[in-house]
Design a protein. Structure first.
Length: 212
């Protein structure tokens, strides 16, 4: 059995090891993780290179379903509740909550579906909540959906928030926050710090140039 490769990370002083060819060999979720780490460590060259490679990757879609890919994705990942607790957040409902408030500083922490992260204008963004129009997003009207909107409004007032990337395989026609084909977990080593933007009735997380 082939040994799965570790989740890509960025270490200061070793950014030059990430060539374009090596980035193309990564999956899209791994690229998103790597870009988030590069931005957090203020490595603009690697961040820009990740953006270029991400343009050639599909913005949304199902994760690879091969056994090797699943083993690779699960390695080092934590369940949602454990990942939140590692950030000092205890969820109101451990079964359904996808966001929570850290009592120590009032920062809102969101779980974001990694495959839903969009690369645009040299930065990244991710839709956190949108209204249920003509029955297209019934989850938004559910208790966890209403909680998510409240947390978006709170984060908008706070001016910043944190995001944890959830890896898994989406289900056709369903929001992953509601139900997914599979959820592998959250990489505790990747924490995205972003701003909340309200675009019409939608709430988006934005970081990098996308938040400028």
């Amino acid at each position: 059995m082939a040994k799965s490769s570790p989740v890509p990370v960025v270490k200061r002083g070793r950014v030059d090891l990430w060539t374009r060819e090596r980035l193309h060999a990564l999956g899209r979720q791994e690229l998103v993780q790597l870009r988030a780490n590069a931005a957090r460590l203020s490595e603009p060259e690697l961040t820009a290179l990740c953006d270029e490679v991400l343009k050639d990757s599909p913005v949304r879609g199902r994760a690879s379903t091969g056994a090797g890919a699943r083993a690779k994705t699960r390695r080092g990942l934590l369940p949602r509740t454990k990942a939140f607790e590692a950030r000092g957040v205890w969820l109101q409902d451990v079964r359904t909550s996808w966001s929570g408030v850290r009592k120590s500083d009032g920062v809102v922490v969101f779980a974001m579906w990694a495959a839903a992260v969009e690369s645009q204008q040299g930065g990244c963004s991710c839709l956190l909540w949108a209204p249920n129009l003509e029955g297209n997003r019934p989850w938004s009207d559910s208790a966890p959906g209403r909680e998510r909107r409240e947390h978006c409004e709170l984060a908008l007032e706070h001016a910043n928030a944190e995001g944890l990337l959830v890896h898994g395989e989406a289900m056709q026609g369903r929001l992953p926050e509601d139900r997914a084909h599979s959820v592998q977990g959250i990489d505790p080593g990747t924490v995205v710090r972003f701003q909340i933007e309200r675009r019409g009735e939608e709430y988006w997380a934005a970081w990098g140039k996308a938040a400028a």
